[in-house]
Structure formats: structure tokens, C-alpha cells
Design a protein around this ligand. Sequence first.
Ligand SMILES: Cc1ncc(COP(=O)(O)O)c(C=O)c1O
Length: 396
Amino acid sequence: MTSTEEHLAHNYHPLEVTIATGDGAWVTDVAGKRYLDCLAAYSAVNFGHGHPALIAAAKAQLDRVTLTSRAFHNDQLGPFATVLAELAGKDMVLPMNTGAEAVESAIKVARAWGYRVKGVPADRATIIVADGNFHGRTTTVISFSNDPDARADFGPYTPGFVSVPYGDAAALEAAIDETTVAVLLEPIQGEAGIVIPPESYLPAVREITRRHNVLFIADEIQSGLGRTGATFQCDNVGVVPDLYLLGKALGGGIVPVSAVVGNADILGVLKPGQHGSTFGGNPLAAAVGLAVVELLQTGQMQERARMLGQKLQARLRALIGHGVLEVRGAGLWAGVDIDPALATGRHVCELLMARGVLAKDTHGSTIRFAPPIVVEAADLDWAVDQLEAVLQELAA
Ligand SMILES: Cc1ncc(COP(=O)(O)O)c(C=O)c1O
């Protein structure tokens, strides 16, 4: 803990680095030391620190108007919703701020759809989720987490959720009954350690949910918007969910922007007064979100993540047997399991930090790599060189 943080709640355990500035894939600490950012704020900084187009959009909007509330229209929100809906191939956007709010919003929408459209008896709606999920930190969202740290002492929990093993379509189908309104899944489980389901899983979930008249909600808050080499991870497996949940990178690493994106037959269940947020859809957020969608419209970010990702995955896989037990990944996103006999993930992250690479451990021995997509290929190579050197150092 730095001396400036003694008045901060201890709900995080950061690495001992205090960042002062950022530029592209690089950040600089208060002492002037540079680090390659291989976390990118959990994929919220997919397009790099200070991306010129995003900063320009934010600066221009700062000089115009930043907050109107939804009591009035603002001239940024409509255009943002239009391009985002188009990007997702849907017709409506529900704008919110944080990822957890998007998840909460989708839960409300799915329940209302269940009662008003599907005809589920009042207050009986259930939503199927997957073991190992991470969808945020609100009381309802942690109610269906299996992580004791996320849950313990925060009850009583919100009812109405059933958790099934991730990656097992048969178990999911068996859990469906007449009260089921939705299935909520991460296409890749990020916080669980970049857990990738079998390739047939999401297509099977799509087929099962369609057959049972159950909504398929894809939480693409971490996996979406370029990270996996596509606009959505669902694209990579040829699946179109009913609702996309977006966040993180949608705000360009500048402001929190999240959204639920879907068609009018589902999102249209919300009527005035039934849901909202003071900041949701504010003009600053909408201006930045619009610039983010414009970046994604060209497909260049997605392509870059795909190309660089192949390189990253290949280099990381070469470390298996040399202090690494397993590598999982998609696009420019990788989970690396460090041999616990060698070191903890935290210790490896500390040694990487000393060498100028910032990465983050999860679940004890997994390290995730998710650098900004704008990272230079040579810098990415250099970062893996540092990991290789750390593992050699630890084995010596
Ligand atoms: C898949 C997923 N959903 C939801 C969230 C919650 O987002 P936020 O922290 O913005 O509330 C996260 C955050 O890590 C996430 O990875």
C-alpha cells in the first residue's frame, strides 16, 4: 500500500506499482519507469491508453455537454445506439454504465420478458448460469457466484438462479423447466482463468434455448469488442445470442459505458419508469462509445487481435513443460497456468513487474495476458521473453 492510499478500502491487492501516465500499450510509474501493460484494465483498454480518436471524441464532448440525464434527449445517444445496434446486428440498445449494471439490467429484462411474453407464473422466473461464472459484484450477481470470496458474508442472496457445469450442454438442458426464462453465460470465462468451452457448446446452447423458448444472454463484457479476434466471441463460434452484454472496452478506457443489446421483442418489454440510470447514456459516454464502435466498424482491431493472438498463443505454448502447465487462449487473450511447484501466479507477476511487464494472477497460479490490441508485435515478443526469463530464474 502506498502512503497515498491509507484511506482506501482494502478490497484489492494491487501490485506495488503506481501508474502516472499511459500511452498505447505502455504505462509509466511515478518514478518514470515504463511497463508494458499486459492486463489492459481487464480488457477495458483494448484500444490502448490515450487512443487519439477516442481522446479526441471525449475532449470535443467535454466542451459541449457531459450530462443531461434521460429526462431529456441528448444529441449523442441516438447516434451511438444506432451504430452499436448495427454492429451487433440487433435493433435496440439499453445503455448503462458498469458491466454489473448491464448484467442486472439483463436479468430484469429476462424476468419481465418471462412474465409478460412467455407467460411464466409471477415471481417464479429462473435463470440458468454456469459454475465458475463472473458477472460482477452486486448483491444479485454474487448470489449466483460459486466463489466464496465473492459471496461470503454478503447474504441473504437473491433467489431465482440455477448453476450448472460450464461447457456441459446436456446438464444445461436438463436444468430447464417451465420457469426458465434465460441462460446467462460468458462465451469464455475470463475471471475463472480464460476457460474456453468445447467448440460445440455455445452452438448447442443456442439450439437448446431456441427449442425451449428461453433467452440466451451472452456476457461479452470481457470477451467482446475485439479481444478474441472478432467483434464478439460468439462470432468465432457462429452463434447469435438474444442479448449481448457489453461493457469495459465500450467506454474506450475513458468512461464507464455498458449496454444490453437485443431486439425489440425482448428489450421492448421495458416501459418508461421501469428501469434507468442517472448516468446511463450520458452524452460524454455516448460520444466515446460512438468513437469505439467506429474503431470496430473497420474490423482492423479484430484482425490485429487475431494475428497478434496467434503469435502470443504460439509463444506461450512453447513454455509448456518449462514452468507452464497449460495455456488457454483466444485472440489476444491468454491464461497461463504456472506450475505451482515453481511459484505462485502472484510471485511470477511480481518478477515480471520488476522486468517491466504488468500482468495479473487469478486463482493462485493462473496469469492472464491481455495487452492492448495496439501493442507492437516486437513488444509482445519482448513480454514473452520476460516471462521465459522469469521461469528460468525460478527453476535455477
Ligand atoms: C464477464 C464479465 N461480466 C461482468 C463484469 C463486471 O463488470 P464491472 O466490473 O464493470 O461491473 C466483468 C468484470 O470483470 C466481467 O468480466
